[in-house]
Each structure stands twice: as structure tokens, then as C-alpha cells.
Ligand binder design. Structure first.
Ligand code: OOG
Ligand code: NI
Length: 267
């Protein structure tokens, strides 16, 4: 495990850029003069709820660098469960980790996922690089398509494995933009496609969080039966509001998150 939070995020960022080249263009567009202008609100990771590699196994890597659990979220239809974590230093990004409730899926999906999980070496899960280690298994494009028909989340996990599936621009910290509408417009003017599921803007000032996201880049994956280009990772934009007590809201909104997951859907 890492012992330094900044070096962990640097590794996650570089690994994310490998399959999300559009993230560099987003930085150029939203940062005013230098890349450091873009403050990361949070990242998200995904997994399967197996004992070997469940949410808590990923969380352990963040707890080791000063994170604590702060909220939990249920996604009935997508068969997902999630928690979010915050660092004792509020300037560090928040972390959203979800897991697929495999036992709620079809016997066929369970068989496929169990076979993937079996290929993971137990020691890899606590290794320093686990959170950006990608896949630990062989999977065919045929199997990917079979998973896709039942669960887009399961298919994405099978293809991409362990990595940040998005970083998030904190609109609160941008100097050139005040509203999420202005950010979305700038992105669309620059040719980015936004996730329109549930509307381009998820949430509202009333729920203390507004979010939008790009549709994931397309990137090649070396499947066991050949190379195919599929949705990889995306960029999110978040504007947070103050609670009645004057403190900024640091949680997530399940109804909005439910739609953000769809940023990795096929275009
Ligand atoms: C996470 C989706 C939820 C948010 O900010 O609500 C999320 C995912 O796509 O894995 O990121
Ligand atoms: Ni997010």
C-alpha cells in the first residue's frame, strides 16, 4: 500500500490518462493559465463484491493514507452498493467506491465473474499498485458483450479492472467559470459529448450538489480474441453548495450517481 496520498493520486492520474486522452484537453479548456488550476473533487473506483476484492479491499488502500468512511449509497436497479471516503485534510480529493452485488445477478454472470476473480493473485490486492493495476484476468470480447447485455458495470469491470474510472473537476475552484451550465457549454463548444442520462445536469442547489460528465473516451482493449475499442473512462464536473450551517456539502447524491454511472455506456 502507499504511504503518501499525493503519490497515490499521481499514479492513479497517470494510469487514467493512458486510456483517457481527452482529460488533457479538458484541463486545457477549464484551467486558466496552468494545469494546477484544476482541483480534483473526487475520483471513483469499481469492483465486484467478492470477499477477495470487495469494496473494503479497495478502501483499505485509502484508509492507509488517512481516509475514513463517510457515507453509503444503494443502487437497487443497477445492483450496486457504494461508500464514499474523505481525508482528514479536506483539500484532498474525496473517493467513491462501488461494488456489483454479484449474487443478485444471473447465474451466467455469476459464473463469468467468479472465473475472473479466481484469476487474481491474493497478494496483488494489497500490493502498492493495486488501485491502478487494471485487469488480473483474461477475458474475450464475446464474454464482454455477454456481460454488457446484463450489466454495463460488469462489462466495464471485466475490460478495465482496477483504475480510477473518472476524475472530477471542482467547479467551485475554477477561476473562469461560475456555473455548471457555463462549464457544460464550454465543453460542448469544444466538441465534447456530455452524458445526457437524466439530463445534462444531475442534482440541484437544493440537494447541495450539481454534477455533469463527459461520455467516456473510446480506447482499445486487448481481449483474448482480439483488440476492440470500447468506452474507457470519463471526466466529471461538480459544483457543491453550503449546508444551512455554512459548511460545504461533501457527500454524494444517490439519484445523481445512478446516472453518472452511465457515462461509460456506449455512445
Ligand atoms: C461512479 C458513479 C457515481 C458520483 O460522483 O456520483 C459518481 C462510477 O461511475 O463508478 O461518481
Ligand atoms: Ni463521480
Amino acid at each position: 500500500m502507499h504511504n503518501n496520498v499525493d503519490s497515490l493520486f499521481e499514479k492513479l492520474w497517470n494510469n487514467y490518462l493512458e486510456v483517457t486522452p481527452s482529460a488533457v484537453k479538458v484541463h486545457e479548456l477549464l484551467g486558466s493559465t496552468q494545469q494546477d488550476d484544476v482541483i480534483n473533487d473526487h475520483i471513483a473506483l469499481r469492483t465486484f463484491n467478492h470477499e477477495k476484492i470487495g469494496l473494503e479491499k479497495l478502501a483499505a488502500h485509502f484508509k492507509a493514507v488517512g481516509y475514513t468512511e463517510c457515507g453509503e449509497y444503494h443502487f437497487e436497479a443497477k445492483k450496486l452498493y457504494a461508500k464514499h471516503f474523505e481525508h482528514s485534510d479536506p483539500t484532498k480529493p474525496k473517493v467513491f467506491i462501488s461494488e456489483l452485488l454479484v449474487e443478485k445477478c444471473s447465474p451466467e454472470l455469476q459464473t463469468i465473474v467468479n472465473a475472473l476473480v479466481e484469476q487474481i493473485d491474493e497478494t496483488a490486492v494489497t500490493a502498492e499498485n493495486f488501485l491502478y493495476s487494471g485487469t488480473h484476468w483474461q477475458v474475450s470480447h464475446e464474454t464482454y458483450k455477454q456481460l454488457l447485455a446484463e450489466s454495463e458495470y460488469a462489462a466495464w469491470m471485466a475490460a478495465w479492472g482496477y483504475r480510477a474510472n473518472h476524475f472530477t473537476v471542482s467547479i467551485n475552484h475554477l477561476s473562469n467559470f461560475e456555473t455548471i451550465e457555463a462549464v457544460n457549454q464550454a465543453l460542448k463548444d469544444a466538441g465534447f459529448e456530455l452524458n445526457a442520462s437524466g439530463g445534462e445536469i444531475k442534482g440541484s442547489p437544493e440537494v447541495l450538489l450539481e454534477q455533469s460528465s463527459t461520455l467516456a473516451d473510446q480506447h482499445a482493449v486487448a481481449f483474448s480474441d482480439g483488440e476492440f475499442s470500447i468506452p474507457s473512462c470519463f471526466y466529471e464536473f461538480a459544483l457543491r453548495y453550503n449546508k444551512p450551517d455554512g459548511e460545504i456539502y461533501t457527500g454524494f447524491v444517490a439519484a445523481s450517481a445512478d446516472k453518472i454511472f452511465e457515462s461509460t455506456n456506449a455512445r
